[in-house]
Design a protein around this ligand. Sequence first.
Ligand code: AMP
Ligand code: MG
Length: 405
Amino acid sequence: MLTVEEALRLVEQHAVCLAAQPVPFGQAAGLVLAQDVVSDIDSPPHNKSMMDGYAVVSHDQSEVRHVIEEIAAGDVPRQAVTLGNASRIMTGAPLPDGADCVVPVEQSESVGGNLVRFGMVELRAGQNVLPKGTSAKVGDVVLSEETRLRPIDIAILAEVGCSTVNAIPRPRVAVLATGNELVPVDERPASGQIRNSNGPLIVAAAQAAGAEAIDLGIARDNHASLREHMRSGLTADVLVLSGGVSAGKYDLVPQVLTELGVVQIFHKVSLRPGKPLWFGLREEGNRRTLVFGLPGNPVSSFVCFELFARPAIAALSGRGFVGLTVVHAKLNHDYDHSGGRAACVPAIVKPAEMALATDPLPHLDILSWHGSADLATLARANALACLPAESRRFQAGDGLDAYLI
Ligand code: AMP
Ligand code: MG
């Protein structure tokens, strides 16, 4: 049986970055740029007032000044400011010719008519003015290829007029739950039935991993139903199935996938929970679909999705084969690990006591849990502690890696 590392390398080899395509800029947050973005304007486009106040000549020694014009944001100044004069100016408005600084309104006093006086303020050229082109000039590269766009970068795209960008699209991840026992969330299970929790779990996890998720609902444990549902899933970049990959009589998923032309890359990994994990690839023309068959038990489904499908989604998105964040933590208690397979078990990581420089590692509590169907304990965890394939008696204070979930 493959180790987790061997299985991960196989997934990585097949998780190829998607081709870039034009994306409306407002839908591009989280995507990776496939082009440099160049400014088509100077920003700001004019010497810009950073305050509500008066635009004046800094070396003007006049006691009082005549207010000759009012300039709001969006206005174009019509009059040059000369000695003895000032223009009332609002934040964002262009500085008029002649003026080289802005006195904030709070430091001014109206002395009747159109006259204004300033307190004992020392004026400096450039004060409260952002010069034209300070943040970008025409032709500057404001965002470079391979940047993962954050909300602030969407603002930059807007500022420089880039309404469509070439970017790696969100991978389309189709999600299919399988099982005769499953009913949808809005139905009350009859005897022998349970609600489909894995489908919604995987949809949410795929979205959290940056994918566009497509919920295909529930397929039954027979060839016709599986085939019909899988066919539409195989038009996506990734198809994630839950259930039907173990050794039961009705675990038909690998067989039907193979019939539909999906080539098995591996089946079974030395991991607890998650041993029955199935992974394959379908290539047709230039369409590639990665297929993950996750074991049906909810904790197994979750662990396998986070360990194997999440980094694949990142790689398809142009972010590299990067999975969950790993922290090194200090075990809070003794723990007997029976070994046999590498294990990922629900745990709680607490930040280190900041005050204790001698104890910089976060602390880790492994939760007592009831195995791979125990969704409730998983939901109390914020980490998966990584345990080795060998049996080992851990002691309080031992170091362990944990994935943050
Ligand atoms: P399987 O991998 O199909 O043998 O399923 C293993 C266990 O997981 C069984 O107890 C199933 O009832 C349960 N299970 C399978 N699919 C789901 C699902 N979509 N939601 C919740 N539990 C499931
Ligand atoms: Mg099943």
